[in-house]
Structures are given as structure tokens and as C-alpha cells.
Design a protein. Structure first.
Length: 105
């Protein structure tokens, strides 16, 4: 047993890895480095996507509110027109009812 192996066993000296062991340790170090880099890049990408999706959601909500406002205005106009002259609405409802009865047969 050599002095180097005794000191290594006692923890007083680090063992020098052989050629293959050194290559394996270098590969492990490189894999850890690549993993950290990928993790960092994935984190940045998810932040970017989150910001983009947030912007899209806010724009969709704004457009939805505008469409709801326009639909409400149109509904009010329709209700006012129906109050003023209900005859066209009655004719439309009657025609739809008549067509549905004729098509059922």
C-alpha cells in the first residue's frame, strides 16, 4: 500500500482519477453545466410566453367587452323598433312557425 492510498483513505488527500475516470468526471461536469444552461433558457422562455399570453388575454378581454357593448346597443335598438312597430316581428314569428309545421310533415 502506498502513502498516497493511505492518505486518500484517511481523507487527507484527494485521489487523482485515472484517464477514464477523469473523462467520466469531465463529462458529468459538462452534463451538469448543460443542464443548468437549459434550465435557465427554459425559465426565460416560459417568462416570455407568460408575458405574451398575458398580453393576448388582456387584448381578448378588451375586444370581448367592446363586442358585448355593441351587441347590447343593437339589442336595445331592436327592442325599441319592436315597441314602435310589432307587426314585422309578429309576421316573422308566424312565418317561422308555419314553416316549421310544414317541414315537420
Amino acid at each position: 500500500m502506498s502513502l498516497e492510498s493511505i492518505l486518500t483513505n484517511l481523507g487527507l488527500m484527494q485521489r487523482r482519477p485515472s484517464g477514464v475516470e477523469a473523462q467520466i468526471q469531465a463529462l458529468q461536469h459538462e452534463i451538469r453545466r448543460v443542464g443548468r444552461t437549459l434550465s435557465r433558457q427554459a425559465s426565460h422562455a416560459s417568462e416570455d410566453w407568460g408575458n405574451d399570453l398575458g398580453d393576448f388575454g388582456r387584448e381578448a378581454a378588451r375586444q370581448g367587452a367592446y363586442i358585448a357593448s355593441v351587441a347590447g346597443q343593437q339589442a336595445m335598438r331592436g327592442a325599441d323598433a319592436l315597441r314602435r312597430d310589432p307587426l314585422p316581428a309578429i309576421a316573422i314569428v308566424g312565418t317561422v312557425f308555419l314553416l316549421s309545421r310544414l317541414l315537420k310533415r
